[in-house]
Ligand binder design. Structure first.
Ligand SMILES: Cc1cc2nc3c(=O)[nH]c(=O)nc-3n(C[C@H](O)[C@H](O)[C@H](O)COP(=O)(O)OP(=O)(O)OC[C@H]3O[C@@H](n4cnc5c(N)ncnc54)[C@H](O)[C@@H]3O)c2cc1C
Length: 433
């Protein structure tokens, strides 16, 4: 049998990265009846875990076992061929080969699902003897380090740099472990691009109520590790803020954004903007390479543009779309339009102690959009609408909801706040159809 005939008889799909996007690609391939080799390149030696749960694990709200959404038995049913030789180092798009430190593995189709890495953009190098690497949050290793820091009684004060959702989740873990927390953020409000100022302010009042010191509208200019006299440890971190203030902390966590893990892709082999640009079936600019999850830039429904929508559900759906499309193509057909990625929009829920924040869609108020605020003791809801409220002759509303913020001081499962958040998210989704 010629090499090509052998390939066609037993095609190989390579999946690089085994988080939710990678796992869902594998599940979809098998569900669609793909019986060839599914070779998974994973740089972790645990079961796939959820990055969402890592901060809850560090903060003592979840056990380690709860961080793994799939059991070994469930994954064994997928009959996967695992390659655990460290991170993939190179993808030869032309030659159809995935390279680890041990060598090259051929593929017919490849799914890139390598997620993202937390960045410390703009954070200064720590000076002083002994050095110090700030804490970051994404992987289980990151969570183990945060957990041990938070369990260490000698750590009393933590500085959280950044005001994004990930920063706030880290902050929550610190509060749950009884630490004194200061948050420093370059913007005037927390929650960065997820909240309009009025919603962020109510959330900030709640944080302050829990004893969080907020240093907004400033950055960390310098950090020095210095000796400490008295206290449980013999060193501390002296921080100079951009407004000239100086204060000391035991640990620092930095959440200054994420960067898609694409270092193993050679320049000009695939179209990369902020991440891999994909079509409705998760195909990159090369027909045999797909991308899903935090490495993919697919359709964002509110803007109509291709953007990274870095949330769990989107990664799972994109992985499934890629797996289904590959199975169809390797069976000699084409995926059907109803198997295409429907597009996505951002949505977030975060609770710090009892302070709840839910958002979905866009918070950008453009000339075509209007903002409406409804506030009472129970919750604050801010709606962003697009289009006219009433159109002459139609007698009805032509506007559609494109985003909302909800803040409440009562984080209770099944509460009116959660119901409202779910209902408004569905309304945005319906408006996108
Ligand atoms: C602290 C935190 C809280 C979050 N909270 C929420 C939330 O509340 N709601 C929500 O929807 N989303 C949340 N997210 C985002 C969500 O976790 C991600 O969008 C989602 O996990 C992306 O899935 P993925 O499969 O693309 O990436 P990942 O889950 O990161 O999986 C990628 C995998 O690829 C591996 N990998 C990387 N490089 C290589 C390589 N070169 N070779 C082989 N393997 C490699 C990685 O080790 C990893 O195992 C949160 C993220 C963080 C960090």
């Amino acid at each position: 049998m010629s090499e090509n005939a052998a390939k066609a008889a037993n095609p190989v799909v390579a999946i690089i990265g085994f988080g939710t996007a990678g796992v869902n690609a594998a599940i979809a391939l098998r569900r669609a009846g793909f019986a060839g080799v599914v070779r998974v390149f994973s740089d972790i030696d645990t079961l796939p875990y959820s990055p969402i749960l890592t901060s809850y694990y560090a903060g003592g709200e979840k056990t380690l076992e709860e961080c793994f959404p799939w059991s070994a038995e469930q994954l064994a049913e997928l009959d996967l061929d695992f390659v655990q030789e460290g991170p993939v180092e190179r993808l030869d798009v032309e030659g159809h080969k995935v390279y680890t430190r041990e060598g090259g593995y051929p593929y017919d189709k490849c799914v890139i699902a390598t997620g993202a890495t937390p960045m410390c953009y703009g954070f200064p190098q720590v000076e002083g003897d002994g050095g110090y690497e700030p804490l970051v949050m994404r992987t289980l290793e990151n969570a183990e380090r945060l957990k041990s820091v938070l369990e260490d009684e000698s750590c009393e004060r933590v500085l959280v740099s950044g005001a994004s959702m990930v920063a706030l989740k880290t902050l929550e873990a610190c509060l749950n472990r009884g630490k004194r927390v200061t948050l420093v953020g370059m913007n005037p409000h927390v929650l960065d691009f997820n909240a309009v100022p009025q919603a962020a302010e109510r959330f900030e009042r709640g944080l302050e109520g829990y004893g969080v010191e907020l240093r907004l509208g400033m950055t960390v200019k310098a950090v020095k590790r210095i000796p400490r006299e008295g206290g449980l440890r013999d060193w501390q971190l002296e921080v100079t803020f951009s407004n000239g203030d100086v204060d000391c902390f035991d640990e620092i966590s930095v959440s200054h954004g994420m960067k898609s893990n694409l270092d193993f892709i050679e320049a000009d082999t695939l179209e990369i903007d902020r991440a891999l640009v994909v079509d409705d079936y998760m195909r990159t600019s090369n027909p045999d390479v797909y991308a899903a999850g935090d490495v993919a830039q697919g359709l964002e429904l509110i803007s109509g543009q291709k953007r990274i929508v870095g949330i769990w559900k989107n990664a799972a759906v994109q992985g499934a779309v890629a797996g289904t499309a590959i199975a169809a193509e390797l069976a000699g057909g084409e995926p059907s339009p109803d198997q295409a990625h429907p597009g996505a929009f951002g949505m977030n829920t975060i609770a710090v102690k009892d302070m709840l924040f839910i958002s979905a869609g866009t918070m950008e108020v453009t000339p075509e959009r209007t903002m409406e605020v409804r506030e009472n003791d129970e919750m604050l809801v801010i709606y962003i609408f697009e289009g006219d409220a009433y159109s002459e002759g139609t007698g009805g509303s032509k506007r559609r909801l494109v985003g909302f913020n909800l803040v409440s001081e009562h984080d209770e499962a099944g509460s009116r706040a959660y119901d409202t958040g779910a209902m408004l998210t569905l309304r945005i989704e319906a408006g996108c159809k």
